[in-house]
Design a protein around this ligand. Structure first.
Ligand code: KIV
Length: 275
Protein backbone atom coordinates (compact mmCIF):
# COMPACT_ATOMS: atom_id res chain seq x y z
CA UNK A 1 0.00 0.00 0.00
CA UNK A 2 1.23 3.48 -0.90
CA UNK A 3 2.56 5.42 2.07
CA UNK A 4 1.80 9.12 2.27
CA UNK A 5 1.84 11.81 4.93
CA UNK A 6 -1.62 10.50 5.86
CA UNK A 7 -0.04 7.15 6.75
CA UNK A 8 2.16 9.04 9.21
CA UNK A 9 -0.83 10.88 10.71
CA UNK A 10 -2.85 7.67 11.06
CA UNK A 11 0.09 5.80 12.61
CA UNK A 12 0.36 8.44 15.34
CA UNK A 13 -3.38 8.26 15.94
CA UNK A 14 -3.44 4.43 16.02
CA UNK A 15 -0.21 4.02 17.95
CA UNK A 16 1.33 1.87 15.21
CA UNK A 17 5.09 2.23 14.66
CA UNK A 18 6.57 3.72 11.50
CA UNK A 19 9.73 2.48 9.78
CA UNK A 20 12.18 4.56 7.77
CA UNK A 21 15.53 3.67 6.20
CA UNK A 22 17.90 5.72 4.11
CA UNK A 23 18.61 4.92 0.47
CA UNK A 24 20.58 6.73 -2.19
CA UNK A 25 20.04 4.66 -5.34
CA UNK A 26 17.47 2.74 -7.37
CA UNK A 27 18.41 -0.86 -6.47
CA UNK A 28 18.51 -0.26 -2.73
CA UNK A 29 15.29 1.78 -2.85
CA UNK A 30 13.59 -1.16 -4.58
CA UNK A 31 14.80 -3.66 -1.98
CA UNK A 32 13.68 -1.44 0.89
CA UNK A 33 10.38 -0.63 -0.79
CA UNK A 34 9.66 -4.32 -1.39
CA UNK A 35 10.31 -5.03 2.30
CA UNK A 36 7.33 -2.94 3.35
CA UNK A 37 9.29 -0.11 5.01
CA UNK A 38 7.00 2.94 5.30
CA UNK A 39 9.45 5.59 4.20
CA UNK A 40 12.79 6.06 2.45
CA UNK A 41 14.95 8.99 3.47
CA UNK A 42 17.38 10.23 0.87
CA UNK A 43 19.54 11.51 3.68
CA UNK A 44 22.36 13.98 3.29
CA UNK A 45 24.26 11.23 5.14
CA UNK A 46 25.07 10.33 1.54
CA UNK A 47 27.92 12.76 2.12
CA UNK A 48 29.39 10.25 4.58
CA UNK A 49 28.35 6.83 3.33
CA UNK A 50 28.29 7.37 -0.45
CA UNK A 51 30.62 10.29 -1.16
CA UNK A 52 33.17 9.65 1.60
CA UNK A 53 33.11 13.12 3.20
CA UNK A 54 33.79 13.53 6.92
CA UNK A 55 30.46 15.30 7.40
CA UNK A 56 27.36 16.45 5.50
CA UNK A 57 28.48 20.06 4.97
CA UNK A 58 29.74 19.64 1.39
CA UNK A 59 26.61 17.92 0.06
CA UNK A 60 25.00 19.96 -2.74
CA UNK A 61 21.50 20.36 -4.13
CA UNK A 62 22.71 18.60 -7.29
CA UNK A 63 23.89 15.61 -5.22
CA UNK A 64 20.51 15.38 -3.49
CA UNK A 65 18.48 15.75 -6.69
CA UNK A 66 20.57 13.13 -8.51
CA UNK A 67 20.16 10.52 -5.73
CA UNK A 68 16.55 11.38 -4.90
CA UNK A 69 15.47 10.87 -8.52
CA UNK A 70 17.14 7.44 -8.54
CA UNK A 71 15.46 6.45 -5.26
CA UNK A 72 12.07 7.74 -6.44
CA UNK A 73 12.30 5.49 -9.52
CA UNK A 74 12.74 2.46 -7.24
CA UNK A 75 10.20 3.31 -4.54
CA UNK A 76 6.67 2.42 -5.46
CA UNK A 77 5.06 2.40 -2.01
CA UNK A 78 7.46 3.98 0.46
CA UNK A 79 7.18 7.72 1.08
CA UNK A 80 10.34 9.30 -0.34
CA UNK A 81 11.66 12.13 1.83
CA UNK A 82 14.67 14.07 0.58
CA UNK A 83 17.03 15.99 2.86
CA UNK A 84 17.57 19.67 2.14
CA UNK A 85 21.38 20.04 2.14
CA UNK A 86 23.39 22.55 4.19
CA UNK A 87 22.73 26.18 3.14
CA UNK A 88 19.83 25.30 0.84
CA UNK A 89 17.28 26.66 3.35
CA UNK A 90 19.14 28.44 6.15
CA UNK A 91 19.91 31.46 3.94
CA UNK A 92 16.32 32.66 3.39
CA UNK A 93 12.68 31.63 3.19
CA UNK A 94 12.86 32.26 -0.56
CA UNK A 95 15.84 29.90 -1.02
CA UNK A 96 14.09 27.30 1.12
CA UNK A 97 10.95 27.27 -1.04
CA UNK A 98 12.87 27.29 -4.33
CA UNK A 99 15.17 24.46 -3.24
CA UNK A 100 12.38 22.37 -1.70
CA UNK A 101 10.58 22.79 -5.02
CA UNK A 102 13.62 21.52 -6.92
CA UNK A 103 13.82 18.40 -4.73
CA UNK A 104 10.18 17.70 -5.59
CA UNK A 105 10.29 18.61 -9.31
CA UNK A 106 13.73 17.32 -10.27
CA UNK A 107 14.35 14.85 -7.42
CA UNK A 108 10.77 13.49 -7.51
CA UNK A 109 10.65 13.35 -3.69
CA UNK A 110 7.27 13.37 -1.96
CA UNK A 111 8.47 15.38 1.04
CA UNK A 112 11.57 17.20 2.26
CA UNK A 113 13.43 17.16 5.56
CA UNK A 114 15.36 20.01 7.10
CA UNK A 115 17.24 20.48 10.35
CA UNK A 116 16.44 22.92 13.12
CA UNK A 117 13.68 24.24 15.38
CA UNK A 118 12.30 27.74 15.91
CA UNK A 119 15.00 29.31 13.76
CA UNK A 120 13.72 27.54 10.62
CA UNK A 121 9.97 27.71 11.33
CA UNK A 122 9.44 30.52 8.79
CA UNK A 123 11.02 28.25 6.16
CA UNK A 124 8.90 25.25 7.22
CA UNK A 125 5.71 27.32 7.07
CA UNK A 126 6.52 28.72 3.61
CA UNK A 127 7.46 25.29 2.17
CA UNK A 128 4.28 23.74 3.60
CA UNK A 129 2.26 26.66 2.19
CA UNK A 130 3.75 25.80 -1.22
CA UNK A 131 2.18 22.33 -0.91
CA UNK A 132 5.34 20.47 0.06
CA UNK A 133 5.28 18.24 3.16
CA UNK A 134 8.12 18.92 5.59
CA UNK A 135 9.73 16.56 8.08
CA UNK A 136 11.67 18.41 10.78
CA UNK A 137 14.89 17.16 12.44
CA UNK A 138 15.90 18.01 16.03
CA UNK A 139 18.50 16.92 18.57
CA UNK A 140 21.83 16.11 16.96
CA UNK A 141 21.49 17.91 13.65
CA UNK A 142 24.63 16.93 11.69
CA UNK A 143 24.67 20.10 9.55
CA UNK A 144 25.44 22.01 12.79
CA UNK A 145 28.30 19.70 13.73
CA UNK A 146 30.76 22.60 13.84
CA UNK A 147 28.51 24.50 16.27
CA UNK A 148 28.07 21.40 18.48
CA UNK A 149 31.80 20.67 18.47
CA UNK A 150 31.30 16.98 17.66
CA UNK A 151 28.76 14.16 17.58
CA UNK A 152 27.26 14.35 21.09
CA UNK A 153 23.98 13.39 22.74
CA UNK A 154 21.74 16.49 22.82
CA UNK A 155 19.21 17.84 25.33
CA UNK A 156 20.96 16.64 28.46
CA UNK A 157 20.71 19.85 30.52
CA UNK A 158 17.41 21.29 31.73
CA UNK A 159 17.75 24.29 29.40
CA UNK A 160 18.62 22.12 26.39
CA UNK A 161 15.79 19.69 27.14
CA UNK A 162 13.30 22.58 27.46
CA UNK A 163 14.52 24.03 24.15
CA UNK A 164 14.10 20.68 22.43
CA UNK A 165 10.49 20.41 23.62
CA UNK A 166 9.77 24.00 22.55
CA UNK A 167 11.38 23.39 19.17
CA UNK A 168 9.30 20.24 18.63
CA UNK A 169 6.11 22.17 19.40
CA UNK A 170 7.25 25.01 17.13
CA UNK A 171 7.93 22.78 14.11
CA UNK A 172 4.57 21.08 14.61
CA UNK A 173 2.89 24.50 14.78
CA UNK A 174 4.75 25.54 11.59
CA UNK A 175 3.20 22.58 9.76
CA UNK A 176 5.78 19.78 9.83
CA UNK A 177 4.14 16.36 9.37
CA UNK A 178 6.81 14.50 11.39
CA UNK A 179 9.97 15.18 13.34
CA UNK A 180 13.18 13.16 13.49
CA UNK A 181 14.79 13.08 16.95
CA UNK A 182 18.47 12.22 16.70
CA UNK A 183 20.72 11.34 19.63
CA UNK A 184 18.57 12.46 22.56
CA UNK A 185 18.00 10.68 25.87
CA UNK A 186 15.08 8.24 25.77
CA UNK A 187 13.13 9.93 28.59
CA UNK A 188 13.26 13.26 26.75
CA UNK A 189 12.21 11.63 23.46
CA UNK A 190 9.24 10.13 25.37
CA UNK A 191 8.21 13.54 26.65
CA UNK A 192 8.46 15.09 23.17
CA UNK A 193 6.51 12.18 21.67
CA UNK A 194 3.72 12.75 24.22
CA UNK A 195 3.67 16.51 23.73
CA UNK A 196 3.34 16.67 19.92
CA UNK A 197 0.58 15.28 17.74
CA UNK A 198 2.92 14.60 14.78
CA UNK A 199 4.95 11.36 14.73
CA UNK A 200 8.45 11.42 16.19
CA UNK A 201 10.97 9.30 14.29
CA UNK A 202 13.87 8.31 16.48
CA UNK A 203 17.50 7.58 15.72
CA UNK A 204 19.44 7.18 18.94
CA UNK A 205 16.34 8.31 20.85
CA UNK A 206 15.29 5.01 22.42
CA UNK A 207 12.26 2.85 21.90
CA UNK A 208 9.64 5.45 22.75
CA UNK A 209 9.28 7.32 19.46
CA UNK A 210 6.45 6.77 16.98
CA UNK A 211 8.92 5.38 14.47
CA UNK A 212 12.59 4.62 13.84
CA UNK A 213 15.08 5.51 11.14
CA UNK A 214 18.52 4.06 10.43
CA UNK A 215 21.17 4.56 7.78
CA UNK A 216 21.10 1.28 5.82
CA UNK A 217 24.88 0.92 5.63
CA UNK A 218 24.97 1.05 9.43
CA UNK A 219 22.29 -1.57 10.00
CA UNK A 220 23.79 -3.87 7.34
CA UNK A 221 27.41 -3.60 8.48
CA UNK A 222 28.50 -1.88 5.29
CA UNK A 223 30.12 1.22 6.81
CA UNK A 224 32.85 1.01 9.40
CA UNK A 225 34.31 4.55 9.54
CA UNK A 226 32.35 5.12 12.76
CA UNK A 227 29.47 3.25 14.42
CA UNK A 228 27.33 5.17 16.90
CA UNK A 229 26.05 3.36 20.04
CA UNK A 230 22.46 3.48 18.74
CA UNK A 231 23.20 1.37 15.66
CA UNK A 232 22.08 -2.24 15.69
CA UNK A 233 23.68 -4.40 13.03
CA UNK A 234 20.77 -6.45 11.67
CA UNK A 235 23.06 -8.27 9.22
CA UNK A 236 26.75 -8.31 8.32
CA UNK A 237 26.39 -7.74 4.60
CA UNK A 238 29.77 -6.01 4.48
CA UNK A 239 31.53 -9.32 5.30
CA UNK A 240 29.34 -11.25 2.85
CA UNK A 241 30.24 -8.73 0.12
CA UNK A 242 33.96 -8.94 0.88
CA UNK A 243 33.80 -12.76 0.72
CA UNK A 244 32.07 -12.51 -2.68
CA UNK A 245 34.65 -9.98 -3.97
CA UNK A 246 37.49 -12.26 -2.83
CA UNK A 247 35.90 -15.30 -4.50
CA UNK A 248 35.51 -13.34 -7.75
CA UNK A 249 39.14 -12.18 -7.56
CA UNK A 250 40.34 -15.75 -6.99
CA UNK A 251 38.20 -17.30 -9.74
CA UNK A 252 39.16 -14.72 -12.37
CA UNK A 253 42.84 -15.08 -11.51
CA UNK A 254 42.58 -18.90 -11.51
CA UNK A 255 40.79 -18.81 -14.88
CA UNK A 256 37.68 -20.58 -13.59
CA UNK A 257 35.33 -17.64 -14.11
CA UNK A 258 33.62 -17.17 -16.50
CA UNK A 259 32.80 -20.83 -17.16
CA UNK A 260 30.72 -22.19 -20.09
CA UNK A 261 27.56 -21.46 -18.10
CA UNK A 262 28.24 -17.71 -18.24
CA UNK A 263 29.53 -17.60 -21.82
CA UNK A 264 27.89 -17.02 -25.24
CA UNK A 265 28.45 -19.56 -28.05
CA UNK A 266 28.70 -19.23 -31.84
CA UNK A 267 28.85 -21.95 -34.54
CA UNK A 268 32.44 -23.27 -34.92
CA UNK A 269 32.27 -23.11 -38.76
CA UNK A 270 31.66 -19.34 -38.62
CA UNK A 271 34.66 -18.85 -36.41
CA UNK A 272 36.85 -21.09 -38.58
CA UNK A 273 36.13 -18.86 -41.63
CA UNK A 274 37.49 -15.89 -39.70
CA UNK A 275 40.92 -17.44 -39.05
O1 KIV B 1 20.94 12.14 6.63
C1 KIV B 1 20.43 11.22 7.28
O2 KIV B 1 20.63 10.03 7.00
C2 KIV B 1 19.59 11.56 8.40
C3 KIV B 1 19.19 10.47 9.33
C4 KIV B 1 20.35 10.10 10.17
C5 KIV B 1 18.01 10.83 10.14
O3 KIV B 1 19.25 12.70 8.56
Amino acid sequence: MKNTVLTFKQAKENGSKLTMLTAYDYSMAKLIDESGINSILVGDSLGNVILGYEDTISVTMEDMIHHSAAVARGAKNALVICDMPFMSYQTSVYDAVVNAGRLMKEGRASAVKLEGGKEVCAQIRAIVDAGIPVCAHLGLTPQSINAFGGFKVQGKTEAAAKKLIEDAKAVEEAGAFAVVLECVPEALAKLVTEKVSIPTIGIGAGNVCDGQVLVYQDMLGMFSDFTPKFVKRFADIGSVMKEAFKAYDEEVKAGTFPSKEHTYAIDDDIIEKLY
